[in-house]
Design a protein around this ligand. Structure first.
Ligand code: BT5
Length: 326
């Protein structure tokens, strides 16, 4: 924990009572002058911190920026996800940054956020628009004890975590569209990009990239996306606190990842099926050049979708683009 993380944790813990400079100084083992210097630094980032002779320091408001220490201090103890957090002002794609960390041998659980991405991407090299400070654009490094065939379980975990976090933050019940979309009123508000590096029978690492449209206004989506995409702000009519949402997502993901690592994928799959609007529908799934029609029935133990085709066979599908037949 850095000094800033500790200061912010202490300020949050003290709430409206505030915390005295001497107390902070003793708790953290640094001088009052050093505390003051850190407080000034946090203020320059937009944290409103009152300093009064009676009450000491009080945290009045936090800015709409993602600050690694602040995210760590709000996250508290997770088992894996969020062990380390980095925030970049701008990057190409957070998945690329995490790929590099993975190759450098960084432990699982590391998370990289970017305020904006210049080359945010979706599946199959599609573009993901990521305007500055309007959303959550981040990637998580995982090293799961899974076979490469079961990696879809992690996309299921990410979708379930996004669903729960969005619902708890906004009160809106979104829907999951297999395999990697979160929709509100039929429009995409978040997407997941799962990339992996594996040997034939063993996963080396997985990068779970997530993009959530939080505070974009309707005009901030490119024209061609306006009918297809939406943001939490558009849907709720209110700006949303991105840092709070980020912390919720990481906490939920940590829980789901733990379920996967401890062999409880089935419970997670049941929950996912409840939230997923694709299950039970007649759909057409495009996988590369191939189009498969059928009824989406359920998930198998690896997280693949089981589709009952027109001919009555069950097809196991790992990825693709779904259109629901009307
Ligand atoms: C996805 O792909 O939905 C995966 C998106 C993952 C984005 C995150 S952001 C952090 C991390 N770093 C990255 O570089 N990526 C991940 P796919 O299902 O292929 O959907 C892509 C399609 O979604 C595009 O072709 C557009 O139609 C649409 N789209 C692009 N930007 C969008 C946005 N901000 N919100 C909603 N839809 C968008």
């Amino acid at each position: 924990m850095t000094i800033d993380t500790k200061i912010l944790s202490a300020l949050r813990g003290a709430g409206t009572n505030g915390v005295a400079g001497t107390e902070l100084s003793q708790k953290l083992g640094i001088s009052r002058a050093a505390i003051w210097a850190r407080i000034e630094e946090l203020r320059s980032l937009g944290y409103e911190i009152e300093a009064s002779p009676h009450l000491g320091y009080r945290l009045l408001s936090v800015p709409d920026v993602l600050h690694a220490d602040d995210l760590l201090s709000s996250l508290g103890n997770t088992k894996v996800v969020g062990r380390d957090i980095q925030v970049f002002e701008e990057t190409t794609s957070t998945n690329d940054v995490v790929e590099k960390l993975a190759r450098d041998g960084v432990k699982e659980g590391a998370v990289v956020f970017a305020e904006s991405q210049t080359k945010g991407r979706g599946r199959l090299g599609r573009k993901w628009i990521s305007p500055a400070r309007k959303g959550l654009w981040f990637s998580v490094l995982l090293r799961p004890p899974l076979s490469p065939l079961a990696v879809t379980q992690l996309t299921i975990a990410a979708a379930t975590a996004l669903f729960r976090a969005i619902k708890s933050q906004t009160g809106i019940t979104p829907e999951i569209k297999w395999p990697n979309d979160i929709l509100i009123r039929g429009k995409k508000t978040a997407g997941i990009l799962t990339e992996l590096s594996a040997e034939p029978d063993k996963v080396k690492h997985v990068i779970l990239g997530m993009g959530v449209d939080v505070n974009l206004g309707a005009g901030e989506f490119p024209v061609e996306l306006r009918k297809l995409a939406t943001s939490l702000r558009i849907e709720t009519g209110q700006r949303q606190n991105r840092a709070e949402l980020a912390v919720k997502i990481l906490q939920e993901l940590d829980r789901d990842y733990d379920r996967i690592c401890s062999g409880q994928f089935e419970a997670l799959a049941d929950e996912w099926e409840e939230y997923c609007s694709t299950i039970g529908q007649r759909v057409t799934i495009r996988v590369g050049e191939r189009k498969i029609q059928g009824t989406a029935e359920s998930l198998d133990t690896d997280g693949a979708l089981l589709l009952r085709t027109q001919h009555g066979h069950l097809e196991r599908i790992i990825g693709g683009d779904v259109t629901v037949e009307k």
